[in-house]
Design a binder for this molecule. Structure first.
Ligand SMILES: [Zn+2]
Length: 270
């Protein structure tokens, strides 16, 4: 009987430490910043908490004691994902207004040109901090920053409509933001993960498009995301189809519909 309990206890301890290891793997440390980006100036971070009385503001202050460095370093991780080097033509951002405040939602970017503003919700911070999980909150906060800061630094494609029409321009903007988030490791880089929506279309934007672009980087060209971003400046009339052929070679198998089909089959959705 005693032995049985011991074995049970051992099994439980092993299961717990395996869970701990998985959790550490999932809520990992941020990826290293390449030396060429270490001193890159991403713009002045103008950090404010405008709902200081909320629990979310208190949690944020405790977990992120140096928001200027936190935001600047994560901006550098976005930049090294989108660009080959600091010598590339990168939109110059003068000011990043980062506002932690109480509102319904998660986070959003506004502003434009050389001044961007990102709002981050104290309510979302509180919900992400259930179980007092510091690593989880940091992982979530970084993921949101990767998405929103991609909007600050990404290139904007030409001749393919507007953000508001929900077409290819929109799918590029939102798909790239989530592709960068996956590439920076703040959605799981495992295609079997629940983070990845199943099926759909490359036109769906956000994670559906983002995981597709990340898959192309793993399977077709290790610099795919950088080249896809550059295609926005290089093509006068941008489209997903033209950009795929521009980056991967002008062949029928590189049509966006064909690549989507190949991707869907490869990951087992089709
Ligand atoms: Zn977005």
């Amino acid at each position: 009987m005693k032995i049985k309990i011991f074995v049970l206890a051992l099994g439980f301890a092993t299961a717990m430490s395996a869970m701990g290891a998985n959790r550490m793997e999932k809520y990992h440390e941020p990826f290293a910043i390449d030396s060429q980006w270490e001193d890159y100036y991403p713009g002045k971070v103008n950090f404010r908490i405008t709902s200081p009385e909320t629990a979310g503001a208190d949690i944020y202050r405790r977990i992120i004691p140096d928001p200027d460095k936190y935001i600047s370093d994560n901006a550098r991780r976005v930049l090294q994902t989108l660009y080959f080097s600091p010598e590339d033509k990168i939109p110059q951002i003068k000011v990043i207004d980062y506002v932690v405040r109480d509102f319904d939602g998660v986070s959003y970017k506004s502003g434009g040109g050389d001044r961007v503003r990102i709002d981050y919700s104290t309510g979302w911070i509180e919900r992400s901090f259930v179980d007092n999980d510091t690593l989880r909150l940091d992982y979530e906060t970084r993921g949101v920053i990767y998405h929103e800061l991609t909007h600050a630094y990404q290139l904007e494609p030409k001749g393919c409509g507007t953000y508001g029409d929900g077409g290819e321009y929109w799918a590029f903007i939102e798909g790239m933001a989530d592709a960068v988030r996956v590439a920076c490791g703040c959605f799981e880089q495992d295609f079997a993960s629940k983070d990845r929506p199943r099926g759909g279309s490359w036109r769906n934007g956000y994670r559906t498009t983002g995981y597709f672009l990340y898959w192309l980087q793993l399977n077709k060209d290790e610099n795919f995301i950088r080249k896809f971003n550059a295609s926005a400046a290089e093509l006068d009339t941008w489209s997903f189809d033209a950009a795929m052929k521009h980056v991967l070679g002008d062949r029928p198998e590189n049509s966006v519909d064909n690549l989507w089909d190949e991707y869907q089959k490869a990951i087992g959705d089709k």
